[in-house]
Ligand binder design. Structure first.
Ligand SMILES: Cc1cc2nc3c(=O)[nH]c(=O)nc-3n(C[C@H](O)[C@H](O)[C@H](O)COP(=O)(O)OP(=O)(O)OC[C@H]3O[C@@H](n4cnc5c(N)ncnc54)[C@H](O)[C@@H]3O)c2cc1C
Length: 443
């Protein structure tokens, strides 16, 4: 099969999947509702409580509208329009669909309240015989209907703390923690790099390190060049090889908050007050939820918190290669505004000391990285931003532009965390960039 034919088949299959997803999602939810009705009719719901019955119908509709239609239906349709017709068309479509969903939500909620009585009779056949039970169930149904539908749809809009999308990261990281934990590589992050370099060498590739590239013109001529840099650097390195429009778009790219980081050599493990912390490689120090929210809000408004949210990682508890026998290593960082010049060392250590009294006495040595020092160490960490750019809604979808990895020059690609899916040592940015470049090369 030729490449074009393969692409055609791939696109048709994708179109079919996008069309079928909401239908299949709706069908499975409908079967679920029918199952509940059948159970109620056959077994009679005398033994179940009012809340369960009142919960069933709005909950099923929430799953149908919020889960089946929104996430499985809306997302693929908007993505397809984005790919084929561009950012503006995708925005218009999304606004329309959101309007339709909002209208539908109001209609379904009103209908649910109006029809609460027949629904309740259907689901709670036996309650009529019990004094007060039917009325209670009916009242609960009418109350839960609007609440559940709104909660379900709101959850899909990723609202939490005070940043759009922050809930999505919480869910993602929480799910990853439950599924596989948060693994740390034996020997440190360098072992990931070593493994990748070994893989490249096995494929016949060669590497040149410690060679700064200031202009792509200084490189030999290649079929394609994949740049593991952020937009600001690419503009400098590629210059007029990129179109003026594309350079303007890259110029609008926004960088996110920074990290203020400290590496520690420790005499002994951090003396946590809570024994559970000795079983965790990563500890999030935040105190109460409102302290965490206040800390992140300060950072967003351009200053720091006196009690910042601090991430503390102590890999030597689980990986003996990280420190000489009997000794330990740890690193900690807190979030600060991009390029922030304030010295956070004392504040970070006070926060650790608060949860681990005696921590300062365990320190043998430390290395402090302000945002500026982080950028000096790695030119990609602009202003200390470790995620390759702000992860807001716009820059999550169009990262760094709607063409993602491809640039305006057919032989230049971006493959850093400034492309989807963004920051993190998952390698997916490079993987997808390579796929796009290979498909352009006809490989
Ligand atoms: C302190 C810290 C903690 C982190 N913790 C985690 C974590 O726990 N989990 C997680 O998933 N992610 C974590 N991250 C984020 C993760 O490391 C980054 O998101 C990821 O490495 C970004 O990958 P990248 O390829 O875009 O850039 P990088 O990994 O920064 O690679 C870019 C490379 O290009 C080089 N370079 C840049 N410009 C030039 C040039 N002009 N010439 C030559 N070379 C150049 C840089 O020196 C660098 O080696 C952390 C990052 C930091 C700094």
């Amino acid at each position: 099969m030729g490449r074009d034919t393969q692409h055609g088949v791939g696109h048709r299959a994708e179109r079919l999947r996008a069309r079928l997803a909401p239908i299949l999602g709706a069908a499975t939810r409908t079967v679920g509702i029918a199952r509940d009705l059948a159970i109620a009719a056959v077994f009679r719901r005398d033994e179940t409580d009012s809340f369960f019955v009142a919960f069933t119908i709005p909950s099923a509709l929430r799953l149908l509208l919020a889960d089946a239609m929104t996430s499985r239906g809306l997302a693929p349709i908007v993505s397809r329009t984005l790919r084929k017709e561009g950012e503006d068309a995708a925005r218009i479509l999304y606004a329309r669909l959101r309007g339709v969903m909002g209208g539908l939500l109001v209609l379904v909620t009103a209908a649910g309240i109006a029809l609460a009585q027949p629904f309740t009779e259907l689901l709670a056949v036996g309650y009529r015989r019990r004094y007060g039970e039917f009325e209670r169930t009916l009242w609960l149904s009418m109350t839960l209907f609007p609440y559940l539908l709104f909660a379900g749809l709101a959850a899909h809009s990723f609202l939490s703390l005070d940043e759009p999308l922050s809930a999505a990261f919480g869910v993602l990281l929480g799910a990853a923690a439950h599924a596989v934990g948060w693994p740390i590589p034996r020997g440190g992050a360098q072992s990931l790099t070593n493994a990748l370099c070994g893989c490249l060498a096995a494929l016949g590739g060669t590497l040149m390190t410690s060679a700064r590239v200031d202009s792509l013109a200084s490189l030999p001529v290649f079929d394609v060049t994949l740049c593991d840099v952020t937009p600001r650097q690419l503009v400098r390195m590629a210059g007029s090889r990129l179109s003026a429009t594309y350079r303007t778009r890259l110029g609008k790219y926004r960088y996110g908050p920074a990290a203020f980081k400290v590496d520690y050599a420790l005499r002994e493990p951090i003396p946590w007050r809570a024994a559970e912390c000795f079983r965790a490689a990563t500890v999030h120090l935040g105190g109460r939820a409102d302290e965490i929210a206040a800390s992140e809000a300060s950072m967003r408004h351009g200053h720091h918190s006196e009690r910042p949210f601090v991430l503390v990682v102590q890999p030597s508890l689980f990986d003996p290669t990280r420190a000489p026998t009997g000794r330990h290593t740890a690193w900690a960082y807190c979030h600060v505004p991009n390029g922030y010049a304030f010295d956070m060392l004392g504040i970070i250590e006070a926060q650790i000391e608060r949860f681990a009294p005696g921590f300062r006495d365990c320190i043998l040595g430390r290395r402090v990285f302000s945002p500026a020092a982080l950028e000096k160490m790695d030119a990609n960490l602009i202003g200390g931003d470790i995620s390759g750019g702000a992860m807001d809604i716009r820059q999550t979808l169009f990262r760094p532009t709607r063409s993602h990895y491809a640039t305006s020059a057919r032989d230049i690609y971006l493959c850093s965390s400034s492309t989807p899916p963004g920051g993190g040592v998952h390698g997916m940015c490079g993987y997808h960039a390579a796929q796009v470049a290979m498909s352009r090369l006809g490989l």
